[in-house]
Write a new protein. Structure first.
Length: 232
């Protein structure tokens, strides 16, 4: 089983329990596979196809910021040495364990699966302090843009990407618009317009094509932007 398949089943199970789910979210430079919200409580779940201490370490990081933290793994038909110790560590650290039972029928290949909560996560009431900050990082696009458990080279949705998308829309509708004016028209993730203009100018001057579908031309002191992609 691939991590993305595990993630799909865990996401479906969580949604059925009434949680609002966001996937592959980058917060403070780290990626959370699943962030779920319900009744102002935050639940972060890390998915892996095998139980190991690296997975526990990932979850242990989020335990400081989420009300609940769990790991999700597939059910193994074999008794693996060291698993009992790993489970005990999770319980001691207040990390929940979700196990996916999954198989396909031999003849009709029909899927059969269920999720068992081997141990429940311990409530971290101090996470109330971080709720507003974490929620501010969550975007509607995080619900569907990249699936939980996606490979490491997957392009994930970020606040920077959202800023670039809004800038692209403005430039598409206003060919030759000045950079400063375009920034004034969008809702960006930078602290202020001045920071946004400075950062975007740096990206446009870079030899790497960081911002796609926009070309900048310098006309005297004016920095004009033009859309280079295909029209909708």
């Amino acid at each position: 089983m691939k991590e993305i398949e595990l993630g799909e089943k865990i996401v479906s199970w969580i949604k059925n329990k009434g949680w609002e789910v966001y996937q592959e979210v980058t917060i403070w430079g780290k990626i959370a596979d699943i962030i779920a919200i319900k009744d102002e409580k935050i639940w972060i779940i890390e998915c892996k196809t095998s139980l190991n201490f690296g997975l526990i370490e990932q979850a242990d990081h989020w335990k400081n910021y989420a009300h609940y933290t769990s790991i999700a793994i597939p059910q193994s038909s074999k008794r693996i040495k060291g698993h009992n110790l790993a489970y005990n560590i999770c319980m001691e650290r207040g990390i929940g364990v979700l196990k996916l039972n999954y198989y396909k029928g031999i003849y009709n290949h029909e899927e059969h699966w269920s999720v068992m909560e081997r141990s429940k996560p311990k409530l971290n009431e101090r996470a109330d302090h971080w709720t507003k900050t974490i929620k501010s990082k969550l975007l509607e696009e995080h619900k569907t843009y990249a699936k939980a458990g996606s490979p490491g080279n997957t392009k994930r949705f970020t606040l920077f990407k959202k800023t670039c998308m809004e800038l692209t829309d403005v430039v598409r509708d206003n060919p030759g618009i000045e950079l400063k004016e375009a920034i004034f028209k969008i809702k960006h993730h930078y602290k202020n317009d001045r920071s946004a203009i400075g950062s975007m100018l740096k990206y446009f001057k870079s030899k790497k094509k960081i911002i796609e579908n926009i070309r900048m031309e310098i006309d005297g002191k004016k920095r004009k932007l033009y859309f280079t992609g295909s029209q909708k």
